[in-house]
Design a binder for this molecule. Structure first.
Ligand SMILES: C[S@@+](CC[C@H](N)C(=O)[O-])C[C@H]1O[C@@H](n2cnc3c(N)ncnc32)[C@H](O)[C@@H]1O
Length: 396
């Protein structure tokens, strides 16, 4: 879609075409047939824009509860933040009356910010995306200002806080290093820090796989976010007036927070032991933030293997939002036949395989074991005290 066809789609005639396209319940496979039907009544570009929008809205339903009101382009939909994460971030901006959303894309974060009560100025260098952002906020009945501008060279608005979501695919290839983002994080920081007054809170959205060097060299808070157990993103926060180096894991929908200053993490003494009666599988935001030793110390658990991932263990049952708990039924060295015999002996017919630091092929194992029976068992394949083990466990 281009800017002209979006404008036409937003016109009363375009909206009729959009309704008609929706009524055809199109699929990718039936695209040519649906397009031909629409072409009988509407010009080529309106028919195509309407059909593309309906298909993108179908795809966007996993990300947005109101996808059927929104406008997308394919790439922007992939890059747009999901609602839960966006709303959480927006809540951290809610104390600020004016917020600039730099690199706004189709405006999914601007929607969250406006819903949190902020007066949002949304900026992107792509005119189509700026127009989509404006249409998307309007579709929700939300106010906002929209500008097509380059955040590195054009004048920026005076706002109390700034959210930046740079592109992470320069030249079409995914990058993790924040120096390669479009625009690079340091370049935006430099521009914002030389402004008077400087924004009081700045948040950069980055990929959760951000290199650890970038995390360690960040002067402010680094927050890893997960939603429903899935690692989503990392936010680099800056509060130029009040800088504290902090690593935080936030689990949604809670939100549940675990945090520590970076120096503190390094001083936590780690105890590595054999698996006890219970095993705790930490949320990926905790592991990615390097907060496993902090979690273990906080819940009174030890760890079964040193390193950045892995399980905590304890002999007592612990209720924590930060880890999934298992009762340990048995621990075996990882030997395919021995584990298969254990399962067959106990009439286990269904298994859930959980793998951490294991290269075992779960599907091949399932086929090899040919399980029959009415019992269910969780089989955890991991390393404990340097050995590959199978931990037979039951989810608490
Ligand atoms: C990851 S997307 C933003 C997604 C957005 N937060 C959303 O939820 O839809 C990155 C955006 O940065 C914009 N961008 C890249 N470099 C820019 C620059 N120098 N100035 C303004 N926008 C830029 C791209 O056009 C793209 O829309």
């Amino acid at each position: 879609m281009n800017l002209k066809s979006l404008e036409q789609l937003l016109s009363p005639t375009g909206q009729e075409a959009l309704t008609a396209a929706g009524e055809l319940a199109p699929t990718e496979a039936r695209y040519p047939a649906c397009y031909d039907r629409l072409r009988k009544h509407w010009p080529e570009n309106i028919a195509r824009a309407a059909l593309d929008t309906v298909l993108l809205r179908q795809r966007a339903r996993t990300k947005f509860t109101h996808a059927d009101r929104m406008y997308f382009d394919r790439e922007a939909l992939t890059m747009a933040s999901g609602e839960a994460v966006s709303a959480y971030r927006a809540a951290r901006f809610a104390p600020f009356s004016t917020v600039a959303d730099l690199c706004c894309g189709i405006g999914s974060d601007a929607i969250g910010l406006a819903q949190a009560g902020c007066d949002v100025t949304a900026i992107d260098r792509d005119p189509l995306r700026v127009r989509m952002a404006a249409a998307n906020l309007a579709a929700f009945g939300l106010p906002g200002q929209f500008r097509c501008a380059d955040v590195l060279t054009d004048p920026l608005p005076d706002c109390a806080a700034v959210f930046v979501d740079p592109g992470r695919r320069p030249g079409g290839r995914r990058t993790l290093a924040i120096a390669d983002y479009e625009p690079p994080v340091a370049a935006v920081c430099q521009r914002l820090q030389t402004r008077h007054p400087t924004p009081r809170r700045i948040g950069f959205k980055t990929a959760p796989g951000i290199p650890w060097d970038d995390v360690q060299s960040w002067p402010g808070e680094v927050e890893f976010l997960s939603s429903a157990g899935e690692l989503k993103e990392c936010i680099l926060w800056q509060e130029p007036e009040r800088e504290t180096p902090l690593v935080r894991a936030t689990l949604l929908p809670g939100p549940f927070h675990l945090s520590a200053d970076s120096a503190e993490i390094e001083t936590v003494e780690e105890e590595i032991t054999a698996p006890g009666r219970y095993l705790y599988d930490p949320d990926p935001a905790i592991s990615r933030a390097g907060l496993l030793p902090v979690l273990a110390a906080q819940i009174g658990a030890t760890r079964i293997e040193p390193g950045s991932g892995g399980f905590c263990t304890a002999d007592q049952r612990i209720d924590t939002p930060f880890a999934a708990g298992y009762r340990v039924d048995d621990v075996l060295p990882f030997h395919i036949k021995r584990v298969g015999d254990w399962l067959a002996h106990r009439h286990v017919g269904r298994i859930t395989i959980v793998k951490r630091s294991s290269s075992a092929d779960a599907e091949a194992l399932m086929k090899r074991w040919k399980l029959r029976g009415d019992r269910h068992q969780t089989v955890i394949l991991t390393r404990a005290q340097g050995e590959a083990v199978a931990i037979l466990a039951t989810r608490l």
